[in-house]
Design a binder for this molecule. Structure first.
Ligand SMILES: Nc1ncnc2c1ncn2[C@@H]1O[C@H](COP(=O)(O)OP(=O)(O)OP(=O)(O)O)[C@@H](O)[C@H]1O
Length: 371
């Protein structure tokens, strides 16, 4: 197999960019800096502005205001075919009347690359997606996953410094999607090309990305690594969108500079307080909380919320519990293998230290359906 050629990835700089359709603002003043060779995922619910951002970078639509640079140069007014960008969409846009080989050769033909050079590049691109043996087939003789691999080869065959992908695995079943995620990750690592990837699937974003930009209602709420977003969400929306969580809401007071929230007949202490007068909420992660028998194993400074086990699910790698707290909230708790076993109806305490919780300003938009 030919060694893939490493291309220098392009940086992308988006500053104060907005996109309006008449009176409707699809993108509201976004700032996004993507490093050369980075795998950046645009993640968010339907209609949050991910595709609009991708279309601006591709040149399929113009920004209404703000600046957009690719590779250090402004691309305002530059048509998409002059931006030298590879693009893969959810629906395989292969030419049905051309073989796989011809499809992949097409961008090279457009660029006047011929003969042996073209053959060599086509072979290299098909090798990369493991489709070399299918070069003579037509698209309708391929499965959905195979068609997407060919689309990926076609988007990369001309060594673009930037590859844009819009839900490329959205139409495929789970197993195939998971396998292709790893293939895309491998190809990204081999090439050094900048990848910008749109998805509404947070697990897919965590698997693939160097960093993730979380979109909500035409704005970017936070940009960070999966770990940063999961461990230190800047907003309630991000905290709820990435991973599983329990949100506690209740009357709060400040005592000695700390926040004390009343949940039913219990109190929770969170270190510090929010700036300003935002209403605080507490976000808990299932694996950073534990279940104990009421009153057992008291640890100084630990928070304890009493409740009743409503659901107990054995997961092989551990157990997952849903606990009804005394204010009616359902808390999700994961316990590792070998932990105590609890049954539906057991009275329990949900325990966690102040370091295991995140104090955030409340935000009604975080409660809308998340996908
Ligand atoms: N040509 C258009 N004219 C008017 N409104 C548009 C147009 N294109 C997109 N929009 C609106 O802009 C908003 C953002 O759309 P966008 O496609 O970027 O969302 P998205 O996050 O990619 O969602 P999805 O995951 O559903 O594709 C949506 O409310 C959409 O209806």
């Amino acid at each position: 197999m030919n060694a893939p050629q490493r291309s220098a990835g392009a940086a992308i700089e988006i500053r104060k960019a907005s996109k309006r359709y008449g009176a409707f603002t699809a993108l509201n003043d976004i700032d996004l800096h993507i490093r050369p060779g980075e795998f950046m995922t645009l993640l968010g619910p339907s209609g949050s502005g991910k595709t609009t951002t991708l279309n601006l970078i591709a040149g399929f639509t113009d920004i209404s205001s703000g600046a957009l640079e690719i590779g250090g140069k402004s691309v305002t007014g530059l048509p998409s075919h002059k931006r030298n960008i590879g693009v893969v969409f959810q629906h395989y846009a292969l030419f049905p009347h051309m073989t796989v080989g011809k499809n992949v050769a097409y961008p090279l033909t457009l660029r006047g690359i011929k003969g042996e050079d073209r053959e060599r590049r086509v072979k290299r691109a098909l090798d990369m997606v493991k489709m070399t043996d299918f070069a003579h087939r037509y698209p309708n003789e391929l499965s959905g996953g195979q068609q997407q691999r060919v689309a990926l080869a076609r988007a990369l065959v001309f060594d673009p410094p930037l590859l844009l992908m819009d839900e490329p695995l959205g139409a495929l079943d789970k197993k195939l999607r998971e396998w292709l995620q790893l293939e895309i990750k491998r190809i990204h690592r081999e090439l050094g090309t900048t990848f910008v990837y749109v998805t509404h699937d947070q697990e897919e974003a965590l698997v693939l990305s160097d960093r993730i930009a979380v979109f909500n209602g035409g704005r970017i709420e936070q940009i960070g690594t999966g770990r940063e977003l999961y461990d230190h969400p800047a907003t309630l929306f991000v905290g709820r969108f990435i991973g599983e969580s329990t949100v506690l809401r209740g009357p709060t007071e400040t005592v000695d500079g700390n926040t004390v929230m009343t949940i039913g007949k219990d109190k929770v202490v969170a270190h510090g307080r929010l700036p300003g007068d935002a209403r605080p909420v507490i976000l808990l992660r299932p694996e950073r909380t534990a279940l104990k028998r009421p009153g057992a194993d008291a640890v100084t400074g630990e928070n304890r919320l009493s409740g009743t086990v409503e659901e107990a699910i054995y997961l092989g790698s551990g157990s997952k519990y849903e606990v009804r707290l005394t204010d009616g909230t359902t808390a999700v708790v994961r316990s590792p293998l070998g932990g105590a076993d609890f049954r539906i109806g057991d009275p329990v305490d949900v325990t966690f230290t102040p370091a295991d919780l995140t104090l955030l300003p409340d935000d009604a938009s975080a409660d809308v359906t998340l996908t």
